[in-house]
Ligand binder design. Structure first.
Ligand code: TRP
Length: 370
């Protein structure tokens, strides 16, 4: 089946093997996992399960780190809507890496991007949403000393001064080839990738020397960083390294969790009842009848509630495996699996909501403004 993955559109069932070839990414192989484990003592379950599945230059980052040359992290989020679970996943992973390696992190909230790419949203809307999203990010427990959040329009002077240097090195034909722009695309869209490139060298700029940068991100964002990797050396900076995750599947059959399709996603702002209802209606790998399910078992590989446990909510490998096996053998029913997932999500969200409230007081410690 055909699929499409661009920074602004993801459609169909993604064949990640094909995507790796198409984008020119490296698979995260066991030897890299071993190198990470040698440094940090373990591997995050998202690495073990190949949810973070691909990278560029991760071996370089680890080699430099071992020599005492620390990297910094950079990730981001386009604030068009409230955050859903698919957005929290890479952010949570980033926080883990920050903690394990003790490194600095920039998180970019691109209110400018969402304004330029979403017809219906005003700049006021996206800016407001950037502040809302910042609360969710802080709620994940990022360290305030080491983490800086950038809302593009609030740090515009600094960003613009660097972005124009990037922009000067990108031709219109490159932008068209990489992102598929047309003559009818607005010119802000064509410029935008140079804004997303800036945090990939901002720390080097601030420190006055080259510092390696590692970007954890959903694989759909790779085209931006392909361009950055091409341009940054021309400006005297290092190529940023990156580590890519799969996109969390949506609640409905096929496709990813998408904020613009509210029925496909569970938002951090959903009530326990909404979570219950959404998981109840989620696409299942269970059999039609109880009898058939008990006899033939369910299919966790296509079962959305199971996938959420795997992507995020059951970090314990043994417990996940037991659920997977029991489901395959028909010992666990679809309704039971859904209930396990609802409880895990609601427990997580209950804590998250409390932390999100507390984050309101912490916001100023995190935001960069010029
Ligand atoms: N363009 C991204 C989005 O729409 C937001 C973003 C900016 C980002 N910088 C990033 C995502 C760095 C990952 C890494 O979500």
């Amino acid at each position: 089946m055909a699929f499409k993955v661009t920074p602004w559109e993801v459609e169909g069932d993604i064949d990640y093997e094909k995507l790796i070839k198409k984008f020119g990414l490296d698979l995260i192989e066991d030897n890299i996992l071993k190198k990470i484990k040698d440094i940090t003592g373990d591997n995050h379950f998202m690495l073990q399960r190949k949810i973070f599945f691909a990278h560029r230059d991760l071996d370089f980052i680890l080699k430099e780190y071992k020599k005492g040359n620390k990297f910094y992290l950079y990730t981001g989020r386009g604030p068009s809507e409230n955050l859903h679970l698919g957005h929290l996943m890479p952010l949570k992973f980033t926080k883990y890496i920050q903690e394990k390696f003790g490194v600095k992190c920039y998180i970019q909230l691109t209110d400018d991007e969402k304004f330029l790419f979403k017809d219906k949203l005003s700049l006021e809307d996206t800016k407001k949403m950037a502040y809302e999203n910042a609360l969710d990010i802080i709620a994940l427990g990022f360290n305030k000393k080491n983490t800086k959040i950038i809302i593009d329009t609030e740090y515009a002077k600094t960003l613009y001064n660097h972005a124009i240097k990037v922009a000067k090195k990108i031709t219109f034909s490159t932008a068209k080839a990489v992102f598929g722009f047309k003559n009818s695309s607005n010119i802000g869209q064509i410029f935008y990738t140079s804004m997303q490139a800036v945090p990939a060298f901002l720390e080097s700029e601030k420190k006055g020397k080259n510092i390696p940068c590692l970007i954890p991100h959903g694989v759909d964002q790779d085209p931006h960083f392909r361009v950055s990797r091409d341009v940054l050396p021309k400006l005297g900076y290092m190529k940023p390294a990156s580590i890519q995750c799969k996109l969390m599947p949506g609640l409905l059959e096929g496709g990813k969790m998408s904020a613009s399709v509210p029925k496909s996603a569970i938002f951090t702002t959903d009530s326990p009842k909404q979570v219950q209802d959404k998981i109840q209606n989620a696409f299942s790998g269970g059999k039609e009848t109880l009898k058939e399910h008990r006899e033939k078992g369910g299919n966790p590989d296509i079962d959305i509630p199971f996938q959420y446990l795997k992507f995020f909510f059951e970090p314990d490998n043994k417990r996940l495996k037991k659920i997977e096996e029991d489901y395959r053998e028909g010992k666990i029913l679809t309704g039971e699996l859904k209930q396990i997932t609802v409880e895990k999500i609601n427990n997580f969200l209950e804590k998250h909501r409390k932390e999100r409230e507390k984050a309101k007081k912490k916001l100023d410690n995190f935001l960069l403004k010029d």
